[in-house]
Write a protein that binds this ligand. Sequence first.
Ligand SMILES: [Zn+2]
Length: 319
Amino acid sequence: MPFDLGYPPARSRLARPGYDGTCLEDVASHFATEDACREYLMEVRFGQGKICLKCGGISQWHQRSNGRYVLLCCGVFVSPTAGTLFNYTKLPLRLWFYAMLHFANSHEGVGAGFLERHLGIGHGAAFHMAQRIRWHLAELERSTPIAKAGQAVEVRVESLYRVRSGTSARNRANILFAACDGKVVCEVIGYSRQRIALEALAKMVPDHGELFTTSYRTARLFSEYGTRPPRATYRPCYYIENEQETDAIKGFLSYFLWPFQTHHKFASRAHAWLYLSEFLFRYNRRHRSAQIYWDMLRAFPNLTMRTDNPVDTEDLRSK
Ligand SMILES: [Zn+2]
C-alpha cells in the first residue's frame, strides 16, 4: 500500500482531543505489507534480545519459510497475534492497523457502520473489530494508574442516559469518575451507593489519598450525614477560579456526551464501558495527540486472560 503525498504532513499546535494526529502516509509506510505488521507485533511482544516470556532467557526469534515464527531460545512456535486483540482474526492485519488509525484520529468516535463501509467488511466483523479495539484501549489504560499513593483524587458520579439496559425500563447507567492531574478514569457502577462507589474506586485508583468533589450529588453520596466526616470533601465550584485549571471530568463529559448520544445511542449498558474507554484514551492524551496512534501500538495486552493484572507480559515475567 504505497501512499505518498509528496509533501510532509502539516502539524497543528493546538491541544484538543484528537486535534493533531497520525497521517495515512506514516501508517502506510510502517505497515505496508502483512509481513511488516506481523514483524512489528513480534518485535513488540517478543523483542529480539529482551527477556523471553516463555523461558526467561534472552529472546531470539526468526521467521520460518512457512511463515510461522519460532523462538530459538526455547524452541517453541509462537503466533504474533495469539491472545491479543487480533486473536483468531481472519481479516488482514493491515485493515486492523488502518482501523486503529481512525480510532486515534477521530473526534467523535468510530462506529461499526463506518468501519463496515470504509473497509468493505461485513457488519458483524466490523462490530467485533471495533469492540476489540475499544477493549484493547481499555486494557492499556488500566495498566497505568492515574494517581500515586496518597495523592488527592477528584470524584464524581454521573448518570449516562440513552443506554439500553436490556432488563429494566430505565435506560440509565451510573458512572463513577475519578481524576488526578488532568487524567480521568471511570467505571460503570450498578447503583449509586456509597459502598459500591468506594469498592469501584479502590479498584480504579488503589491507595488513593483524600477525595474531593465539586458535585453536590457526589458529595451527598460520599457523606455520612453528620455522624462522621464525609468520605469526600465538597468543594463547590461557583466560578472558575483559575482559568488554566479546568475540571477534567467535566471536560471529558463535554467531549464524550454529544458523540455518544448521537452516534452510539443504541449501545447497551453492558458495553458502555467500552465506549467510555475509547473516548478516555483519546481524552487523557489530549496534550500529546500526535502520539495517540503510537500509544495504541505500544503494547498488546492479553485480552483472553481475565486477571487482576491485565498485561500478560508482566504476569508471565513474575512466574
Ligand atoms: Zn524463550
